[in-house]
Design a protein around this ligand. Sequence first.
Ligand code: FAD
Length: 371
Amino acid sequence: MLVADALPRRADVVVIGAGVFGAATAFHLAEAGVDVVVVERGDFCSEASGANVGLVSLSPRPPGLMADLCRHATDLYEALSDRLGREVHFQPTGVIRVGMTEESLADVIDWAERQRSVGIEVDVLSGEELRELEPLLPEGVLGGCHTPRGGFVSPFAVVAGYLERARELGATLVPMTTVTGITVRGGRVVSVDTTRGRIETDAVVNAAGAWAGEVSAMVGLHTPITPIRGQVLVTEPIAGLPHRVVMGISPSIRSTWAANGIIGSIQEDAGFEKRVTLAVMRDFARGITEMYPHLREVQVIRAWSGLRPKTPDQMLILGESEQVPGFVVATGGFDIGMMLGPAVGEVVADVVLGRTPRFDLTPARLDRFAA
Ligand SMILES: Cc1cc2nc3c(=O)[nH]c(=O)nc-3n(C[C@H](O)[C@H](O)[C@H](O)COP(=O)(O)OP(=O)(O)OC[C@H]3O[C@@H](n4cnc5c(N)ncnc54)[C@H](O)[C@@H]3O)c2cc1C
C-alpha cells in the first residue's frame, strides 16, 4: 500500500508529479540506486493518469520516436507485473482498428502496412471478418485491421506498482505537497521549495502533466502545454461488450474487468476546467445507444474527467534543458501518455543518469520551442 513519507532535506533527484511519467521515472532512477523523491500536489495518480481508460495500443502516430516508444512500451507492459513484483492487470486483448468511411478505412490500411513494415503482426480484415471477431461491432464498420499486440491496463495498478517498487528500492514519496518554486544558482538547479519545506537537490524532473508549463516557468523556461479535457462515463455491468480494444468508433465502449461499460472520451479545449458536463454525457449516451440499441435501459453509475497534456506538435517533451542544466522535462503524453509511460520512464531516467537513451530523443527536446 502507498504511504506518505516525510519531506527529506536533500535528494539526488526530485521528481515533480506522481502520474505515470513521474512514477515510471522514479522507479527507473531508484532501480539505478539514485536517491529520488517524488513530490505530488494531490494524491498519487490523481490527475490524467487516474482519469484515462487504460488503453495501451500501438501508436497511431507516423513512424518515428513516438511510434518507437509505443512499441517499446508494449514490450515493457507485457513484462511489467513480473518486473515490479505486483499485478498491473495488463490484459493483452489485441486491438481492432476500424474504418467507418472509405477515407478512414484507407488510413487504417495505411497504418497496418506501416506496422507490418517494422515486423508487427497485423491482419487487414473486411467488415464481416471483423464482426466474426467482435459480433457487437456496428454494421457501419466497412473494414479494418487486427493486431494481437496491445490491450488494457489498470492505470492505478501501474502507477501504484511503479511507486511501491520505487519505495522498496529507496525512493521517498511525498503526496499532498505542492512544488512552489525552484532555485537555480550558478546556472544549475540547487533546490526545490514545496508547501512543506525545501529540498536541496542537483536535478529536477518536471513530470507535472498539464501543469508542466507552470513548473518550467519556475526556472524561466517556456514549456507549451495545453490541457485537453477528456470525459468518461461508466455504466452498470453489461454482458457481451467487445472484448478487444476497438479504435476508430466514437464514442467508444469497452468492458472493464468487472464487466462495467466504460464510454469515452472526447477531446475538449476547456482550459483547466475539469467539470463533467451533461451535454457530453448525453452525447455519449446518444452515440452508444444509436450503435447498440439494446443498451438503452443500462444505468450510468459514475462519470469523471481529466486533463491531457498536449504540445503544439503532439510530440512529447523529453530531456534536459540546455539553458538550465539539471532541469529535465517529461511531459506531452496527450492521448497516449498511459501507453507511453513505461518507455518514457526508462529514457528519462537515462537522461538524468547521463546514459545514452535507447532512442534518439532529439525530436522531443524542450529547446525546440525556444524563441
Ligand atoms: C479521459 C482520458 C482518457 C485517456 N485515455 C487514454 C488511454 O486510453 N490510453 C493512453 O495511453 N492515454 C490516455 N489518456 C492520456 C493519459 O492519461 C495522459 O497522457 C497521461 O496520464 C499523462 O501522464 P502524466 O504523468 O504526464 O500526467 P498526470 O497523470 O496528469 O500527472 C501529473 C501530476 O503532476 C502533479 N503536479 C502538477 N503540478 C504540481 C506541482 N506544482 N507540485 C507537485 N505536483 C504537481 C499533478 O497533481 C499530477 O498528479 C487519457 C486521458 C484522459 C483525460
